[in-house]
Design a protein around this ligand. Structure first.
Ligand code: R5P
Length: 319
């Protein structure tokens, strides 16, 4: 037994299998809780373990259905706070609402900040998150944030594939730094696609800076939502003579027509992580060329280090 009863991990309903995998890695049982509903649809959560004075972690991604999972997380935090937990960490493998992070036109909200405030007010003392879309989102929380990245797991997967003649492509200008980190981890050239977003669902890849002709491509992004960005970029690099096309992204939101788009695009394989589980509906639609990698070991190791007041950043050298 690595831990005494002082460390408690609870799971919301969004990532039950990831939470179990984290607990298996840490060799502790998942904390007992019951999630119920009142007849009008309100959620009722009851933590069944004694948490007084304990170091508690709640694992919950605010993925589809976003508002429901967010509310569940807030209720969990409130519940643990009122049950006198000593410290509460909100473990948010995927943080929904992150992309509305600035007021770039009149009369729009900054939901990333609103949600950060809600999480803090509900009772979180710390946050452990993975690829928050923009690193500066850490500053939206006035509590400590440990920020992990799926790059570690994804780049290991692609390194093991030993892809020759590799060019790492950023499917938009915003992901340039990410792509350049992949290129230095994996060794390869770098190219960037200029994209124009026409709406939340429609994007158009317009031009490429860099050489893709005759090269195998790894395209990397933090999120695949409607898959418009990666599919449109994949079509463009294929038209320009690319060989195999791989895509790696931390969060497979896979909303709307994402699966149909991926199936039709000239993409050989997409790798995402289990920060968001594939739903049964998604699996039923067919996910043949989608590989899901687990972040459970990385998360488990980070939880262990937070619990023991050890460095989390040094964890990056272990993957
Ligand atoms: C954009 O800033 C992000 O990094 C992703 O490229 C984008 O959110 C992906 O969205 P979609 O899959 O809907 O194109």
């Amino acid at each position: 037994m690595l831990f005494n009863d002082n460390l408690k991990i609870f799971s919301g309903s969004s990532n039950a299998s990831l939470a179990s995998a984290v607990c298996s890695y840490l060799e502790i049982p998942l904390g007992g809780s019951k999630i119920d509903r009142f007849p009008d649809g309100e959620k009722a959560i009851r933590v069944e373990d004694d948490v007084r004075g304990r170091d508690c972690f709640v694992i919950q991604s605010t993925c589809i259905p976003v508002d429901e999972h967010l509310m569940e997380l807030l209720i969990y935090l409130d519940c643990l706070r009122r049950a006198s937990a000593r410290r509460i960490t909100a473990v948010i493998p995927y943080f929904g609402y992150a992309r509305q992070d600035r007021k770039d036109e009149g009369r729009v909200p900054i939901t990333a900040k609103l949600v950060a405030n809600l999480i803090t007010t509900a009772g979180a003392d710390r946050v452990l998150a993975i690829d928050l879309h923009a690193a500066q989102l850490q500053g939206f929380f006035d509590i400590p944030v440990d920020h992990l990245t799926g790059e570690l797991v994804l780049s290991k997967y692609f390194r093991d594939k030993k892809i020759g003649n590799l060019t790492v492509v950023s499917p938009d200008v915003g992901n340039m730094k990410l792509a350049s980190r992949y290129a230095s981890r994996l060794g390869g050239e770098l190219a960037i696609v200029h994209k124009k977003r026409k709406s939340g669902r429609e994007v158009e890849a317009q031009e490429i800076i860099g050489e893709v002709k005759g090269r195998n491509i790894l395209m990397c992004d933090d999120i695949i939502a409607t898959a418009g960005t990666v599919c449109s970029a994949a079509k463009l690099v294929k038209e320009r003579g690319a060989g195999k096309i791989y895509v790696g992204a931390t969060h497979g939101v896979l909303a709307g027509e994402a699966l149909e788009r991926i199936a039709e695009a000239p993409i050989d394989e997409v790798a995402v992580t289990d920060t968001i589980p594939l739903t049964d509906e998604t699996k039923a639609k067919g996910t043949l060329n989608i590989k899901v990698l687990t972040v459970s070991v990385m998360l488990g190791e980070a939880i262990k280090r937070i619990h023991r007041d050890q460095s989390v950043s040094s964890l990056f050298n272990h993957f």
